[in-house]
Design a protein around this ligand. Sequence first.
Ligand SMILES: [Zn+2]
Length: 257
Amino acid sequence: MPVGINFTKMSPELEQLIQLQHLESAIAEARAHITAHPQRIAEADARLAEADRVVQEASQRLKDAQKARGDSEKDAAIYQGRLTKFKDQLAAVKTNREYTAMQHEIETAQKELGAAEEKVLERMMEIDQLTADLKQAEAAKAAEKKTVDADKAALAAEFAADEKKLAEKTAGRTALVASLEPRLMALFEQVAKVRKGVALSMATRDGLCSICHVRLRPQVFQLVRQNDSVVQCDSCQRILYWVPPPAPTPPPVTIGK
Ligand SMILES: [Zn+2]
């Protein structure tokens, strides 16, 4: 509904009903915002919790890789020890057969040591990558925290403004209702109840109800344009009012003609 309607030539009854509709709509809007507030806070918190979960997972993957590296280093140390022992024993062998067998053992131990050292290298590279991932996740979390803090501050300010608006509009409504004829109030409430809180509708210039878009009968449209009685839309039952088109502005004065 347009704000700042020119009420001249409009009946006081219609003026009051239009004002009541403004107040009712503003109250409903403020209430809806207030009701949605906890959910919006929860959504902001959930974004931060998700960023934190990513950090925890990255941190756990890094810890796992560090442990795996430690295990591979232990394996390498064991194979190294075995190799050293075999090399010492090689000096003490007495027969060719023993010598060949020992050389075979040494070869196997060397292969095992090489594989374990390879694994240590792989783990080190993996740890570099996981360290970078963790750093990135922590940076993303810090950025998300900033956004969430700002959003929550804005939400708190909005909530306070909505509560203030609700109190003001409710007081305005109470005062208006006290001066409104009970039959008008009853009509307003009856229509508002079945029309999602919107009991008034403007008639368009071409004679339609602006909300249900049904064409008004000519005599109804004629009555509505007089703006001095309560007329309802035949289709949606909303109370109709008329906003006269602005008076044509006079052409600009031309000087020096
Ligand atoms: Zn209608």
